[in-house]
Design a protein around this ligand. Structure first.
Ligand code: HEC
Length: 166
């Protein structure tokens, strides 16, 4: 009898522990995986900024959207986002009203660029097409070293440098 009660208690605690673990560490929800031109009205994206404002990057006046699968997660001081997570930043670099470019980051599956967090970077024109580098005339799309160089400073937040901008 004593033995059976002990066993009952043991399995009882075990299942509480398993359930507890599950709720602490929810399954990551994958993101949309690509730029969407309608991000500002698309339910797959959200912004914490009510308007564009001057950031601290070469993109000057910016507003940042993230895919909704990381809403909440990016408030942590350290985190890693799920595959398919997308961030889109509008940039106004010339000071004249209107968006000059979109800077985009897409989290790729492990192995895409292991040394740098598997991020894909893009610069896009206001019409949504990929921009060409004015120096090399190459499409600005890939694990672009120039982008990585700066974003590596935000490694603890999975290379996202703008999560606290409001
Ligand atoms: C000189 C440093 C620097 C370089 C180079 C740079 N970034 Fe950033 N980036 C930042 C900073 C700082 C932020 C935070 C928001 C701000 O201040 O504009 C940011 C934010 C972003 C965001 C919003 C998501 C986030 O939280 O990080 C995207 C998307 C982005 N950059 C894309 C790019 C792309 C694409 C390139 C290369 C073409 C690039 N960045 C090059 C510094 C840089």
């Amino acid at each position: 009898m004593t033995f059976n009660i002990a066993r009952f208690v043991y399995f009882g605690l075990l299942s509480i522990a398993v359930v507890g673990c599950g709720s602490d560490d929810p399954e990551p929800v994958p993101g949309p995986g690509a730029f969407a031109k309608d991000f500002a009205t698309n339910a797959s994206f959200f912004t914490n900024m009510t308007a564009a404002k001057l950031g601290s990057s070469p993109h000057k006046e910016v507003q940042i959207w993230y895919s909704t699968n990381v809403n909440g997660l990016i408030e942590e001081s350290t985190f890693t986002v799920p595959v398919g997570t997308v961030s889109i930043k509008t940039a106004n670099m010339d000071g004249i009203a209107g968006v000059d470019a979109y800077a985009v980051m897409v989290k790729k599956p492990a192995g895409y660029d292991t040394a740098n967090g598997d991020w894909h970077y893009e610069m896009r024109m206001p019409d949504g097409t990929i921009m060409n580098d004015p120096m090399t005339n190459q499409p600005m799309s890939g694990p672009i070293p120039m982008c990585i160089e700066c974003h590596a400073a935000a490694k603890a937040k999975d290379y996202l440098a703008g999560t606290t901008l409001r």
